[in-house]
Ligand binder design. Sequence first.
Ligand code: PA5
Length: 409
Amino acid sequence: MKLNFQTNSTSDTYSLETINTSVESFKKSERYDFIRTLEDKNLIKSTIEVFSKFKDRKDFVQIGIGGSSLGPEMLIKAINRTDVNFYFLNNIDTDNTFETLNKIDLKNALFYVVSKSGGTAETMAQMAIVTNRLIEAGIQESDLPNYFVFCTDPVKSTLKDLGEELGIDMLHVPSNVGGRFSVLTPVGLLPALFAGIDIELLVNSAHDFATKFIDSEELKKTTQSVLNLYSDGVNQTVLMPYSSKLRELSFWFVQLWAESLGKNINGKRIGLTPIPSYGATDQHSQMQLFMEGPINKLMFMLHVEECENTISLENNFNHGKLQKLKQYSLKNLMDAEFFGTLKALDEQGVNYIHMGIEKINEKSLSELILFFEILTAITGISLELDPFDQPGVEAGKVYSFEWLEKSLK
Ligand code: PA5
């Protein structure tokens, strides 16, 4: 991965020494487990065993929310070499659930229920709905293990208890790996296998990258840019890959950045607001704001150097722009828009980091994942907050149940 910095901060609040201290304390903490588990061959082995049992299923349905869905969605959108149909029941929208379930060939489907905590209301609700559908379709309760696989915490979880009761195959999310850091555990590895992704290559590349990046100058420089710009009031972070296949990477990043870094520390409200975007499409949507709006954004501008396919723009139209385009390829046009936009951002004084990957494959994808996960962890620790908790969403959950109970009275 290539990194090129066009950042201009006036503050020097965060020194390289501070960041180094954050790195060293992170390496000793149990939260380093999202990197340590990349060495755990059993996680890959158990996932492959489960896959072998169900590998002929044509419909793969992931039931989960937040970190139990966004990572897998990102992987499958970036690389899918099979004709398996993927569905993500990642919300409790009644009509969407109804329509999605009607599309699924129930008897030819595998339902992968993922919840780290094992009790998330949205996920439990979807699992109950799917179970009802299967029973209505004539499937016996004793036959449910033929349709479900569960993935949850190995120690304590309602989903674990239920799975054991019903005899359902179970995969595990290691206890110290939180939802938004779990994509390279069975959470994302099982759907990845159904998409024809080489998960050993994915995980080994992630491990190689992580163990080098954690001690690198690039990590320190990127973290320092993020933090010193934040001290200058640059508190919005844009991720803009120039690729449709990496669009979901932006949504995965949003959860990672927002849930990890938005915290109330003894009344001091901290946070960098993530903005998902993708090029060239969003040049016709958000770019005007990025260019001429307030200088309060750091943009990660991500370029993919090579495509799998070539499409020529050759044409027989004798008209203005069409004439000009005819000697180029669609990829040339994408590159021109990317580099043209960088030049314009330079002129406007917008802060950006130009990231480059050669092509979209297991290696580059795992590097992007680990780049943002480690950056998030070190940024959070340097801001003296806990990037691995999310206390701010608890009150809303409690009040929702209160509301639900009152609504029946
Ligand atoms: O990052 C997190 O921990 C959360 O966003 C979770 O992924 C999300 O709340 C879903 O939780 P669970 O996997 O426990 O159902």
